[in-house]
Write a protein that binds this ligand. Structure first.
Ligand SMILES: *Cc1c(COP(=O)(O)O)cnc(C)c1O
Length: 365
């Protein structure tokens, strides 16, 4: 069986160093908000080229905290509208709803699966206060266009970077294009912890200070609470493990690009639509997503040939029970994507035999 993603094998690569990190934290006797979180925040900020990285409990909380902090700072209010892609993973949309703001769904561009920048201006109303672009599958959105629209209409740009650690355009990394960004370090993400973890990045000092308080019960100073905050801290243990894995992230991206380039150059079956890449540096290949009309037949065929695949995602957000109020709406591009996509195995620990096994099976389909 060619696995979709072999997390065991990925983490075994760093077994010795991860064990050392674990032991160091255990023996320190200090488990929450200490030296390990500080060190990881500094190295992750440097990696992204930003002033602040704030460790939080997970990627959803990272996005929730950014929006919540803008509310506390008087930038956003209840019922304000945020533009968000209609084909994203539901977390991007939940972060908006959780803050009593209104997600306004924007169709993606079928060529690259990211928010269609041409549609943005037509959806802006007097209520619109932000854009939440998602660098889906690991490819950066057209951030220059998005930022131009945002500047013109005085909107905040909040990047969802859960799938795009290290992607860049003109040397500017994901997490350094908008006013703030949310990252996830869920185990299966390109930079994955051994449990839940996340971070916010920003160059805005005031936003950073506000988020640091809200994520820790709304408190800047112990037992003094300025906000009705939450508890969304990054554990010392996860931070220590992430510091190990961050050192190898660029190598892993290089291998992911190698696998993707093999697929792109050698899959020649015309029934399969391959992903379009704007340029090498835009994409970190969190997922290699192809499209085909008979997706379920194709998936079954690959399964019978020992190849594990996953659908990202089978149900669009507007068809979810959680968003009943949208169930009657139609987002045809998004619906087509959800009907046709399939993610092929792609990881930094795939062997050439596995890569060519996938390619051969697809070309024989
Ligand atoms: C994984 C993911 C999230 C949520 O991250 P968690 O750490 O699982 O909360 C948000 N947005 C996108 C696009 C994701 O893929």
């Amino acid at each position: 069986m060619i696995k979709f993603l072999d997390l065991y094998k990925i983490n075994q690569q760093y077994r010795t160093e991860l064990n050392e990190a674990y032991t160091r934290v255990m023996d320190s006797g200090w488990y929450i908000l200490g030296a390990e979180v500080k060190k990881f925040e500094e190295s992750f900020a440097k990696f992204c080229g930003v002033k602040h990285a704030i460790g939080v409990a997970n990627g959803l909380d990272a996005l929730i905290l950014i929006i919540r902090a803008y509310k506390e700072l008087g930038v956003f209010s209840d019922e304000d509208e945020i533009l968000v892609p209609s084909n994203t993973y539901i977390a991007s949309i939940l972060a908006i709803s959780a803050n009593n703001l209104v997600p306004v769904l924007i169709e993606p561009d079928l060529a690259n699966y990211n928010i269609d920048t041409k549609l943005l201006e037509s959806k802006i109303t007097s209520k619109t206060k932000g854009i939440l672009p998602v660098h889906l599958y690991g490819q950066l959105c057209q951030m220059e266009e998005i930022n131009a629209v945002a500047r013109k209409h005085n909107l905040k740009v909040i990047e969802d970077c859960a799938q795009s650690h290290g992607a860049s355009v003109n040397g500017i990394k994901a997490g350094n294009w908008g006013d703030a960004a949310g990252f996830s370090f869920y185990p299966g993400k390109n930079l994955g912890a051994l449990g839940d973890a996340g971070a916010v990045t920003t160059n805005d000092d005031q936003l950073a200070v506000t988020i640091r308080a809200i994520m820790n019960y709304g408190s800047h100073v112990k037992y003094q609470n300025k906000f009705k905050g939450i508890n969304s801290r990054l554990d010392e243990l996860q931070a220590a493990l992430l510091s190990v894995k961050l050192k190898y992230l660029n190598n892993e991206i290089t291998v992911r690009r190698y696998v993707a380039n093999q697929y792109l150059s050698r899959i020649v079956n015309t029934k399969i639509v391959l992903p379009q890449v704007l340029s090498q540096e835009w994409h970190v290949w969190h997922l290699f997503v192809v499209r085909t009309a008979d997706r379920n037949v194709f998936q079954k065929y690959l399964h019978e040939n020992g190849i594990q695949t996953v659908i990202h995602y089978p149900i669009p957000p507007h068809k979810q029970e959680a968003y009943k109020e949208w169930n009657h709406l139609s987002y045809p591009v998004s619906e087509q994507i959800h009907d046709e996509v399939l993610s092929l195995p792609l990881s930094p620990v795939m062997t050439d035999d596995e890569i060519y096994g996938v390619i051969t099976a697809i070309n024989n389909y």
